[in-house]
Design a protein around this ligand. Structure first.
Ligand SMILES: Cc1cc2nc3c(=O)[nH]c(=O)nc-3n(C[C@H](O)[C@H](O)[C@H](O)COP(=O)(O)OP(=O)(O)OC[C@H]3O[C@@H](n4cnc5c(N)ncnc54)[C@H](O)[C@@H]3O)c2cc1C
Length: 432
């Protein structure tokens, strides 16, 4: 029997998955969460008849194990969808992904993209061969697709030029078509399945928050409203902001890595310096409940160019009709920012609404019944030239003290919900 004391910090999907896998094996653990509810980024909220996620959250599965786990948790509250997603560029909508769907773009843009792609064919696109993301993009897609989509979109999204990014985060996130696939999507409007997110799964009712809630119903010893304010390595003790503390033998932390430098005072100087090298973007998310019917059934749309201010918008009620009252729309729009590219938080919500109306996503006279802002500090960890070394040093130091830092922000990696749940499981593998 395992008798050591395991404490889990954070009840997002990673922490919940870790607790669920431990307790399933009969191993006891305690989970402490600073918010008053579980779910972290995967929460949903109900406001005046609309249900919003904190931001669009769709489930994609690469592993049978996770699909079965989610099915076990959600039972028949889970529906599979075929993606209906778009890109708005050069005054028109084309099917996502851009690199496989040029149909409908102005002829001069199509010509540049095709010529560049054909020239790039001889390069191959193995990411290890490219020193930065920009080189990979040019090598994989050629100069036209790079210029008209990949560079503007990724600059807008990551808030820094693709040349400053490495390509270590790719891992199938950006699919590369074959020439026949690209030609097919250029000659005619094609909605063929392509890429890792061609299908997605989503709860029938209750929004994505149904998933963490289903975990929580099956887990003991979840303590919400408990913010950790210190991790004392010498005494092996965590302290709560309200004053008391708790001893541990092992910690599984899902707290965002940059926060750890404030929680642990006794870190070596070299490790402390590594924290300063971590970079990330933040996401300002605006959810809207609109008095207007959306007849197009679109799931989400990307906006690669400077205007509108958001890089993506999506329609919750097209994931599940339960998320908005009949003949109403619930949607979200996301703006990316960082210390290198700031936004005016007093004005950005109005700017988003103005741009949504200009793009025709919200009708000029349609009433906005609900506005809900989610300002997500830690959006996407940025892989730049310092990323690998800094992350490795920090995680290595924590491991020396029996702290497994996991989850998207704990292990500081661009991860989906599926990967996050798997990481929570992996963090528990050593406990038998
Ligand atoms: C804008 C955006 C869109 C996304 N869309 C998708 C998508 O469509 N599909 C997909 O698969 N994935 C998506 N993701 C990724 C997904 O959200 C994450 O993989 C997953 O939610 C991460 O879970 P986590 O448990 O690692 O982190 P979190 O959800 O951040 O959980 C960490 C928990 O720790 C708690 N905590 C923090 N500090 C303390 C403290 N001091 N004391 C106690 N508790 C603390 C937090 O309150 C939180 O509950 C998206 C992410 C973003 C940012």
């Amino acid at each position: 029997m395992f008798r050591k004391k395991i404490i889990i910090l954070g009840a997002g999907l990673a922490g919940l998955s870790a607790a669920w896998h431990l307790q399933k094996r009969g191993i006891d653990c305690q989970i402490f969460e600073k918010e008053t509810e579980v779910g972290g980024l995967c929460r949903s909220k109900k406001i005046n008849g609309f249900t919003f996620d904190y931001d669009g959250h769709l489930l994609h599965f690469k592993h049978r194990y996770t699909l079965d786990l989610v099915k076990e948790l959600l039972g028949n509250n889970l529906v599979e969808h075929r993606r209906n997603s778009w890109i708005y560029a050069f005054g028109t909508y084309v099917h996502y992904p851009f690199q496989a769907n040029l149909y409908g773009l102005p002829p001069s843009i199509i010509k540049e993209c095709l010529i560049g792609f054909i020239q790039a064919q001889k390069n191959g696109h193995h990411r290890q061969k490219c020193k930065d993301f920009l080189s990979w993009v040019k090598r994989a897609f050629g100069s036209g697709i790079a210029k008209h989509f990949m560079i503007p979109y990724n600059t807008k999204f990551w808030t820094l030029p693709p040349k400053e990014l490495t390509s270590e985060w790719l891992d199938g996130f950006i699919p590369v078509p074959s020439l026949p696939q690209l030609l097919e999507g250029t000659i005619e409007e094609s909605n063929k399945e392509f890429g890792y997110n061609a299908r997605f799964w989503y709860p029938k009712k209750g929004g994505i928050g149904s998933l963490p809630s289903a975990f929580a119903e099956r887990i003991r010893n979840i303590h919400t409203g408990c913010a950790i304010s210190e991790i004392n390595l010498k005494n092996k003790e965590i302290k709560f902001s309200i004053g008391n503390g708790e001893k541990f033998d092992y910690l599984i932390s899902t707290i965002p890595l940059p926060e750890i430098s404030n929680l642990i005072r006794s870190l070596p100087e070299e490790v402390r310096k590594s924290f300063k090298k971590l970079k990330w973007n933040s996401i300002f998310n605006l959810n809207l409940g609109v008095k207007e019917e959306d007849a197009l059934g679109r799931h989400w749309i990307y906006f690669p160019h400077k205007e509108p201010c958001f890089f993506r918008a999506g329609f919750f009620n097209n994931f599940a009709s339960d998320l908005a009252p009949a003949r109403h729309t619930s949607l979200y729009a996301e703006v990316s920012y960082s210390t290198g590219r700031t936004i005016d938080k007093g004005k950005i919500a109005s700017q988003i609404i103005k741009d949504l109306r200009k793009a025709g996503i919200v009708g000029e006279h349609s009433g906005i019944l609900v506005r809900d802002i989610n300002d997500i500090e830690y959006g996407y960890p940025i892989c730049d030239k310092n990323y690998k070394l800094a992350r490795g040093k920090i995680l290595g130091e924590l491991a020396k003290h029996n702290i497994v830092s996991c989850g998207r922000y704990g292990s500081w990696r661009y991860m989906s919900m599926e990967e996050t749940m798997l990481e929570g499981k992996t963090a528990t593998d050593r406990f038998r």
